[in-house]
Design a protein around this ligand. Structure first.
Ligand SMILES: NC(=O)c1ccc[n+]([C@@H]2O[C@H](COP(=O)([O-])OP(=O)(O)OC[C@H]3O[C@@H](n4cnc5c(N)ncnc54)[C@H](OP(=O)(O)O)[C@@H]3O)[C@@H](O)[C@H]2O)c1
Length: 243
């Protein structure tokens, strides 16, 4: 017996990712980086989902390249935090994201960001979480979002680099995909999961189809993560892939 008091287990929100992709699985064109190829039905779905969460999480490149502000719909009930991820602090404080008011901002960064840059974020955001180095320590960061900011449902909106770090850590519970009627092609056009690959099918993350819906030429798919052992948080809704 060491007499140590066991630390409280980490908590985290239910995490759902929402991405639009081409029929060949690309999320943006290359080199021009155009990603708004979803229809009006996709925009409506995107906004509806934003209205169901307590926070929207997005990577620095999507925020600066797409000038994303992560604004929730007007009729959102309660607080919805807009959350930027920028390990090295490359996200400019001048980005429209920071200039848009009305919904509070949280920033996840690292000690790799300069002190001046962290001071800027501190001034512009209601909360700043600083991990060691240039990578976010997800179990701490998600626990902070859960406990300090009471975020129970978190919407991940890409890009592929941010998504993959969360997929690799098995921290995404639900995947909403809109399959759009375009073929983009090319090795450099990004997919929903960039950077380090799962090395084999045995290691690949597995999902089961929960729901599918067709609107004209698009499919709206919802996948749920298959886990061999029960992992919190879970949804209790039954699968209904024929919807
Ligand atoms: N079709 C769609 O639904 C959709 C949705 C979203 C985005 N997109 C497209 O995706 C492209 C951008 O994706 P991307 O993969 O290049 O970039 P991204 O994931 O948006 O942002 C990458 C940046 O986020 C930060 N970051 C991500 N994971 C991190 C981690 N674990 N720890 C610390 N920092 C982390 C880093 O910022 P620092 O460099 O500051 O460290 C990194 O450089 C754009 O073309 C956009 O249009 C498409």
């Amino acid at each position: 017996m060491t007499g140590d008091i066991p630390s409280e287990p980490k908590r985290r929100p239910f995490v759902l990712a929402n991405m639009a992709m081409s029929a060949d699985g690309k999320i943006a064109t290359f080199p021009d980086g155009f990603s708004q190829f979803g229809s009006e039905a996709d925009s409506a779905n995107f906004n509806r989902l934003r209205g169901t969460v307590d926070g929207i999480l997005c990577g620095a490149r999507t925020i600066d390249r797409d000038q994303a502000t992560l604004t929730p719909p007007r009729d959102v009930r309660g607080t919805c935090y807009r959350i930027a991820v920028t390990g090295t602090g490359s996200l400019s404080p001048q980005a429209p994201f920071f200039q848009t008011t009305g919904h509070p901002i949280l920033v996840l960064t690292g000690t790799a960001a300069s002190t001046e840059r962290r001071d800027d974020y501190q001034r512009l955001a209601v909360g700043l979480h600083v991990s060691s180095g240039n990578r976010i320590e997800w179990s701490n960061a998600l626990d902070w979002l859960y406990r300090k900011w009471e975020i129970r449902r978190l919407l991940l909106e890409g890009g592929g680099t941010l998504n993959q770090t969360l997929f690799r850590s098995d921290l995404v519970d639900e995947l909403h995909l809109t399959v759009c009627p375009y073929l983009i092609g090319g090795q450099q056009s990004p997919t929903i999961a960039e950077e380090s690959a799962f090395g084999s099918l045995a290691e690949a993350s597995r999902w089961r189809l929960h729901q599918r819906r067709r609107v004209k030429n698009e499919f709206f798919l919802i996948y749920r993560r298959c886990r061999s052992s029960p992992a919190e948080p879970r949804s209790s809704e039954p699968d209904n892939p024929e919807t």
